[in-house]
Structure formats: structure tokens, C-alpha cells
Design a protein around this ligand. Structure first.
Ligand code: FPP
Length: 244
């Protein structure tokens, strides 16, 4: 394939929902002899740029893995740095994106976060609650197993048997379709307790790029790769051809 092979064209299939594991901020900063907090700030800014690009391309939902339940065990100093990003920049950055009609949801066990950070997230949710059709899920204090156990307990409390669909609606991501494409930066090839139920038929894309280096062009490349894949959802090629 020649020049322009990673270019998005009118033929490119755009994923409706992209989920991103933003890994590598710490290593990116370390290579520059800078503190990890600097990497996280760069990562947050990069994420905002990617959201702008993705929505401009026609993506409807973006889920970002900002903080896992396991990340909450990091040294207090690093956690404070991350919480300060939320305190100082989150509202302003997110307001910029959400002003275009995007609903924000915090997905995860938000009660594990400091009170003021919880309030910032709740406020952003309230401010955007009237928007429909486009969404950002910020996964904070998120762990997929925790989410599934939480959903099972909710079903047990209701005393109702669940179906695949009704169970989806008990998850923190209830209002979003399943992700079509999950991107992980930072060289690791695993899901790390992210969207395990929702990822059943997602296409997975892994890159060695550290998150702050994951440019808009890199996002386009991931989408072009997604578009080239044949999604069979367990069916045969022939069945898929017939449906076209
Ligand atoms: C992974 O890098 C990144 C995190 C654990 C935190 C990322 C969260 C933010 C930057 C704040 C929220 C952002 C948004 C957009 C809401 P790492 O520290 O694991 O990197 P390493 O693997 O290189 O150490």
C-alpha cells in the first residue's frame, strides 16, 4: 500500500463507540526526565484533542479509562496530582467538548474519590444531562469486575432474572452502546479490567506509542485499521456478504 494508506476517506467505516486505555503517561514523562504528573497533564490534554478529532469524524461515544480501581493504590502523591488535574482543568476542558451536545458520565465507583472530585464529576454530569446521542464516559475508580459484581447485586436485589440486554443496563455504561474499537497505547497488550462484558465483540488495537504521543494521525490510523477488519460477530464470511 502506498502513500495515504492511513488516511480517512468517505469509504472508511467510522466506529460508533471508541474506548481508550490511555497508558504510558508516566514512561513518556520519565524519558524526558520530568515528573509523572507532567505526563498525566500532557495525557489529559492529548485526550481532549483526540475527543475533538473523534467527534469531528462522526464517532458518537468515547470511553476513557482515566483511573482504575487498582490505580487508586498508587502513591498518594501521584494520586493527588491526578485529582488536582480534575480540580484544576477537568471542568474547563470537558465543557469545551460537551458544549457541542455531548453528555458526560462518570463510570465507576465514584464514591471512592475525594468529595470535591466527586462533586466536579456530578456537576459535569448534571450540566450535560439534557444531551442525547453523543457521550463521553470517563471511567474513574473503574474496574470491570467491580462493575459486574455491582450489577449482579442490583439484579439480586430486584429479584429478577437477567437477559444479556437487561444485564447491560445494570452496568455503569448502561446508556452507551458496546464499544466497537478499544485502543490501548503504551505497549502493553491486555485489557486490565476494562469493559470486560462490553468488549465481547470489540476490535482491539494496541500500539507502542505512549499516550501523549498518540496523535490525531495515530487515531486516524487506528480507525483505518478498524475499517479494514471484517466484523463477523461469530457468523461466517458468506453470511456477512449476504447481509451487505
Ligand atoms: C496511565 O499512565 C494513565 C493514568 C493512570 C491516569 C490517566 C488519567 C488522567 C491523565 C486524568 C484524567 C484524564 C481525562 C481525559 C479525564 P501510567 O501512569 O500508567 O503510565 P506508565 O505505564 O508509563 O507508568
Amino acid at each position: 500500500m502506498g502513500l495515504g494508506k492511513n488516511k480517512i476517506t468517505g469509504e472508511t467505516k467510522i466506529p460508533r463507540h471508541i474506548a481508550i486505555i490511555m497508558d504510558g503517561n508516566g514512561r513518556w514523562a520519565k524519558r524526558r526526565f520530568m515528573p509523572r504528573s507532567y505526563g498525566h497533564k500532557q495525557g489529559m490534554e492529548r485526550m481532549i484533542g483526540l475527543m475533538e478529532r473523534a467527534f469531528a469524524l462522526g464517532v458518537d461515544y468515547i470511553t476513557v479509562y482515566a483511573l482504575s480501581t487498582e490505580n487508586l493504590k498508587r502513591p498518594q502523591e501521584e494520586l493527588e496530582g491526578l485529582f488536582n488535574l480534575f480540580r484544576n482543568h477537568f471542568k474547563e476542558y470537558m465543557a469545551r467538548i460537551c458544549a457541542r451536545g455531548v453528555r458526560l458520565r462518570a463510570v465507576g465507583d465514584v464514591s471512592l474519590l475525594p468529595d470535591d472530585v466527586q462533586r466536579i464529576l456530578r456537576q459535569s454530569e448534571e450540566d450535560t444531562a439534557h444531551f442525547e446521542g453523543k457521550g463521553i464516559n470517563v471511567a474513574v475508580a473503574y474496574g470491570s469486575r467491580n462493575e459486574i459484581v455491582h450489577a449482579v447485586n442490583a439484579a439480586v436485589e430486584k429479584g429478577e432474572k437477567v437477559t444479556e440486554e437487561s444485564f447491560s443496563r445494570l452496568l455503569y455504561t448502561a446508556d452507551s452502546p458496546d464499544p466497537d474499537l478499544i485502543i490501548r497505547t503504551g505497549k502493553e497488550v491486555r485489557l486490565s479490567n476494562f469493559l470486560l462484558y462490553q468488549a465481547a465483540y470489540a476490535e482491539l488495537y494496541f500500539t507502542d506509542k505512549m499516550f501523549p504521543d498518540f496523535s490525531d494521525k495515530e487515531l486516524d490510523k487506528a480507525i483505518v485499521e478498524f475499517s479494514r477488519r471484517t466484523r463477523r460477530f461469530g457468523k461466517t464470511d458468506e453470511q456477512i456478504e449476504k447481509k451487505k
